[in-house]
Design a protein around this ligand. Structure first.
Ligand SMILES: NC(=O)c1ccc[n+]([C@@H]2O[C@H](COP(=O)([O-])OP(=O)(O)OC[C@H]3O[C@@H](n4cnc5c(N)ncnc54)[C@H](OP(=O)(O)O)[C@@H]3O)[C@@H](O)[C@H]2O)c1
Length: 291
């Protein structure tokens, strides 16, 4: 991992922070993309204390804002020659009141799916500029509880926080599936994973039934260190650079649901995401443009 440039979203806490720290310890140059400056600085100091070098940078962006994602991507594009590993890790779950982002997207869909889609689109040529690019998106076994409806991706008809989360994690797998297809013939791969049920900050602010279940389950959950293992594996093992379009669990390829690997679903989700974000995301064209 020495001198590989790794961008990790949500790197100030939970498995994102552990991933950043462990990859930094392996010699990687880390870019932490976080929304809260103070939390990011604190995490950076913790990482610097143990990693043995000072290549740990912070870029600020709230992933619920396409404006901030675009500004962060522009900064990254101007300051770094390439991105070797892009880790779409940030994610959250909301309660049962449907909320929308400043762009008008249903919050969970916006932050957990549209944000990594947009960020990856804006940085894809920097990843393709790596000799061996690697795009990792953190999904979840929660995708098994999804009610995927291409005509109501933002759950305008019937909203439920848990379902919105499950749907967004399904979108992570569909996104990876389609991205991997579009990356064929390049030196970049894209995989996704379930990290385990982790005793992190995840879901802490959520009240109601889910909050109650999370509190009860906490003693049985795995540590953040254990939860980060599969992401770190994909970022640093040989298999992480040869596998493409796979879903990993416990550092091994696993089978997601059929809905999550359905070609039609993946292509339509991609097209709808392009429409919503008003972008055209064609990874291979980028490669061709580069020569
Ligand atoms: N915990 C689990 O049991 C579990 C299970 C399966 C999958 N996952 C997935 O694992 C990933 C990491 O979760 P975790 O357990 O490490 O949770 P965590 O400790 O809550 O970390 C989540 C990270 O995402 C960031 N984030 C959330 N919303 C953001 C936004 N709008 N803009 C920028 N950053 C934002 C958080 O920033 P702040 O600190 O500023 O809030 C934090 O850094 C998520 O994608 C989650 O879906 C978790």
């Amino acid at each position: 991992m020495k001198d590989k440039i790794c961008l990790i979203t949500g790197a100030n806490s939970g498995i994102g922070k552990v991933t950043a720290r462990e990859l930094a310890k392996k010699g990687a140059h880390i870019i932490m993309l976080c929304r809260n400056e103070q939390k990011a600085e604190n995490a950076r100091e913790d990482i610097l204390r143990v990693c043995g070098h000072d290549k740990v940078d912070i870029v600020l962006a709230d992933l619920s804002s396409t404006k901030q994602i675009k500004e962060a991507a522009a900064k990254i594009r101007s300051e770094y020659p390439r991105i070797d590993v892009l880790i779409n890790n940030a994610g959250m779950i909301m309660g049962n009141d449907r909320e929308t982002t400043e762009d008008g997207f249903e919050w969970t869909f916006g932050v957990n799916h549209l944000a990594p889609f947009l960020l990856t689109h804006l940085l894809i040529d920097k990843v393709l500029a790596s000799k061996k690019g690697n795009i990792i998106t953190v999904s979840s076994e929660a995708h098994r509880f999804a009610n995927f409806d291409l005509n109501d991706l933002q759950m305008q008809r019937k909203y439920n926080g848990l379902k919105a989360y499950a749907n967004s994690k399904l979108c992570n797998i569909l996104f990876t599936h389609e991205l991997a297809k579009r990356l064929k013939g390049t030196q970049t791969v894209s995989n996704t994973l379930h990290p385990g049920a982790i005793a992190s900050n995840f879901g802490k602010g959520v009240s109601g039934f889910f909050g109650f279940v999370m509190k009860l389950s906490r003693p049985f959950m795995i540590s953040e260190e254990k939860g980060a293992e599969t992401t770190i594996y994909l970022a640093s093992s040989e298999e992480g650079y040869t596998a493409n379009g796979l879903y990993f669990k416990n550092k091994k390829p696993a089978s997601p649901t059929k809905v999550a690997t359905n070609d039609y679903n993946a292509r339509r989700l991609w097209e709808v995401s392009e429409e919503l974000l008003q972008v055209k995301f064609s990874p291979v064209k980028h490669k061709a443009a580069e020569g």
